[in-house]
Design a protein around this ligand. Structure first.
Ligand SMILES: N[C@@H](CCC(=O)N[C@@H](CS)C(=O)NCC(=O)O)C(=O)O
Length: 236
């Protein structure tokens, strides 16, 4: 299998963390997304047009949560969904908080990062939704070492990139860092960063952010486009 993934992509980081924690790195090859992604034409490859995408022998699977379920079903002895129906429900709820109420709203707010062009109404609406999601998470987290019990589950894989964005991206919108208002969430965030798989994807996202800021990502994209044009030219 191949996973189309980007270091900076939090939804991809969620799947990479699951793969690391399941110990199935030998089963999945990581690849930069194809040139269509760079050209804003990823929907020509995968209709939803976003990463991560998992390529299997039968085709392409988009959507991180669907990929996560697929990997758990493919390697059931290593699944990270929890032991009982109640624990699995808990894992799913926390994962949805990470994906839908935190990451999705922060993604929508990315267009408001530039203070020169920022629409504060849009920013406040979305940051308000993130605050509401964190309030819900505060009530769902316990004092266990991990998000849904005493072992690592997919809830942690979704929360790590989501909280990384809350801690690092939200303040770049010109608002206060939102985690510190929630004691359990803050304590969890401090704890989970000590986990080896969490630390690994956090380092990868930080590297991806550095490469975006210092132009490395843009140069890589330009090279991919030039190579694709050369290939197209050669096949004419
Ligand atoms: N719901 C999707 C969201 C994926 C997503 O938004 N991916 C971002 C990168 S982290 C992306 O591909 N953005 C490109 C775009 O929006 O065109 C999932 O869970 O996989």
């Amino acid at each position: 299998m191949k996973l189309y993934t980007g270091d900076l992509s939090p939804y991809s980081a969620k799947i990479r963390m699951q793969i690391y924690a399941m110990g199935i790195e030998d089963e999945v090859e990581f690849q930069h997304p194809p040139v269509e992604f760079v050209l804003g034409k990823m929907s020509e490859v995968s209709p939803i047009g976003r990463i991560p995408v998992l390529e299997t022998s039968s085709g392409l699977i988009p959507e991180s949560e669907v990929i996560a379920e697929y990997l758990d079903e493919k390697f059931p002895e290593r699944a990270l969904l929890g032991e009982t129906p109640d624990q699995r429900a808990d894992v799913r709820v926390i994962s949805r908080i990470g994906d839908i109420y935190l990451m999705n709203n922060i993604f929508l707010a990315l267009g408001q990062l530039n203070p020169e062009t920022r629409n504060e109404g849009v920013r406040d609406l979305l940051v308000g939704q993130v605050a509401r999601g964190l309030g819900a998470l505060e009530q769902h987290l316990g004092d266990d070492a991990y998000a849904a019990g005493d072992s690592l589950t997919r809830a942690d894989c979704s929360l790590v990139p989501a909280l990384w964005m809350c801690a690092g991206t939200v303040p770049r919108l010109g608002v206060e860092e939102p985690l510190s208002r929630h004691q359990r969430v803050s304590d969890y965030w401090a704890r989970i960063q000590e986990n080896e798989h969490a630390a690994r994807v956090i380092a990868e996202m930080n590297q991806g952010l550095k490469e975006r800021m210092d132009g490395t990502e843009r140069r890589r994209a330009e090279e991919m486009i030039a190579q694709a044009q050369a290939r197209d030219g050669a096949s004419d």
